[in-house]
Structures are given as C-alpha cells and as structure tokens.
Design a protein around this ligand. Sequence first.
Ligand code: PHB
Length: 401
Amino acid sequence: MATTPCRFGSRRDFLKAAGCLTTGALFHHRLAWAQGSKLKIGLMLPYTGTYAALGNAITNGFKLAVAERGGKLGGRELEYFTVDDESDPSKAPENTNKLVQRDKVDVLVGTVHSGVALGMVKIARETGTLLIIPNAGAAAATGELCAPNIFRTSFTNWQTGYPMGKVVADRGLKNIVTITWKYAAGEESVGGFSEGLSKAGGKVVKELWVPFPQVEFQALLTQIGSLKPDAVYTFFAGAGAVKFVKDYAAAGLKGKIPLFGSGFLTDGVLEAQGEAAHGLETTLHYGDGIETPRNKSFREAYSKAYKGEPDVYAVQGYDTGLLLAAGLEAVRGDVNKKSELVAALEKAHIDSPRGAWTLSKAHNPIQDIYLRKVVGTQNKVSGVAHKALEDPARGCSMKKT
Ligand code: PHB
C-alpha cells in the first residue's frame, strides 16, 4: 500500500490528512499485530548422528529458559521451526535458507558443528538475520566474520584449549601428542592448547588427525604407544568422545600416558564411558559440581523438566534463551528495532549456571574456564584454570549497522 505523506496546510492537504491518518492508524494496527504475533525461532541443530545428543540438550535448555518466562520473550509467544543439520557443512546453506527464506524466522539459533555454523554465519551476514550460536566454537564467527547480528553464547575452540596448555606444562609434562578430528573445532582446540603449552615451556611433538565423524582410532593409538609422549591432548565430543575414551583405555594407554582434553571429552557422556573416563582431567566453562545456588536451581529445574542431568550443552541452550530474553525485553518484542536490540544484547549480563558472563566486543562470552576431574559420573570442578578468559577475536572489526 502506498503511504500518504503527513503534511498539513491547505484544504487539499487536509483531505490528504484523512488518508494519512487512516494509513497511520493502519500502521499502528499492523505493528500491534506484528508484536502480538508469535516470534519465529529457527532452531538449526543436529538431531541425528554423532552430535545428536548435543542438539537435543541445547534445545531442552533453550526451551527451559523460555518456559521459566511463561512461554514468552519480550511479551511475545514463540513459534519454533526446526531443521536437523546432520552436522553436515555441505547442507548448511540450503538448510539455513529454508529457515530464513521459506519460514521467514526472526531469529536463527544454531548450531553445534563449526563447519555448519560457518554456513549459517554466511547467510546471516547476507540477510542481516539475527544469529545466536549456542555451541560451535569456530574462531571466524566472532573473528574475521564477526558482525553486529552474530552472537555466541558458548565459547571459541581456542578458549577451551588454551588454558589446558599451561596446566599440562606446569606439571612437568612437556612433550605432547595431540589427536583430534580434522576440522575447525579440532584444529582450533589443538591450536589454543599448543599456544598455551609453548608459552609455558612445552611443545607438541606430533599432531594426529582423524576425518570427522570417523571413530577408527586403533592405528593412531598404537602410534601413540610407540611415541611415548609425556601426555596426550585431545578434542572429541558426543558419540566420538565415548568411543575415543573407551578405546584409549582398551589399548592399555590409560594409566601409562596421561590423557587431557577440552571438557567436551567427558561432558554429557560419562554414563556411556563408564570406568574408562574415571580420573580424566579437562578444561571447560562449566562443571557439574559448581556449588552455587544458581547452578543448583538450574540443575533441579532441568532434571524435573527432562528427567536427565544437564550438561554443558544444556547450559549453553539455556543461556541462549537468557540472552535473547534480555534483548527482546529491551525492545518489547519488536525485532525490527535492530540497533536497539543489538545494543541490549551487547550489554546483557547473563546470570548463568556456569557463573556470570558478559559478551566481548566481538560477541563471544568472557568467562572463567574451570579445571575439572571425572569423579564417578560427574565432572567435578577442582579449580579455575583461567579467570575471565576472552578470546583474542583475531581479525574482527565490527562494522556498526
Ligand atoms: C564444534 O564443531 O565447534 C564443536 C562441536 C562439538 C563440541 C564442541 C565444539 O562439543
């Protein structure tokens, strides 16, 4: 509909004014309607494959935060549009476009796998759709591809690897072999670890790689046995982490060559890993035994709602709900107020089960990284490996909208 300019003066203008008022009233009616309508949330996560459990935990955590707000964010009810991304980067642009172009979602939430997340980042940059990443740690999302409409509530792969380098070197373990999947998450986790390790006087003597999502570790474990490093550092997650930890023990390496990792190695998988995981030490921005009232109440609410224990992925999904709530409350549900929404998201203080956090200029959490040890079926926090760690956000220059 053509709009009538609202200038008054002559009789003709007066007549025009009638149209102007009608249009204005319509506009307000439309706005009210738009705000009263449901807010469309596009959940793009893995619901099948190696990372399926991670996608489900994120979804549960997000929905718990919404349920705690009476099912509304910024006064608006939500409508969910869900896509299983299968952790397949080659399908990422098409899957993201289904949500953005076909379903016309207001907000994109996703995903777990770094390669898939970078596909989402590309579309979010092209279309200006608000994207909140609830897991994938790809550096570029809050580095060289950072943008005003892209936020992350989880971590960078560097952030969870870097502190472990110092922990390991400080124990006199200097010659380290790394083993991980050959894609951004593994590469950047090992990169961060190696940076922390060399600063503290150690070095990576051999890097071993496995294509994602393969879990054939036998030949490489034999190689580790003959290399006899002081310790091994690894990134695996989900079903791959279960298999790796069990295979490491079955190969007779556990107890001989200490195994360390980013905390994804033992998060959400301890029941399945059983004995093989006992005593493993990892670094992560969450731990089961964080003894704060905030964490306790979250854990109780989560177990009541879903009949299972929450893990780091559930916390990240929950925090995504908290961040979005903070933004939408500031604009009373009006996602069209883009710069106000972005400003509110940027200055949010998230009272998370992991501990309070805020966002860096590049839109990634500044947060404590805990040292944890597997005791029974818990990742018990034994200390803080790095206080308020901020990702260096290499290559990020944030262009304001
Ligand atoms: C990633 O691909 O960035 C990734 C996947 C699973 C994790 C952590 C990072 O647990």
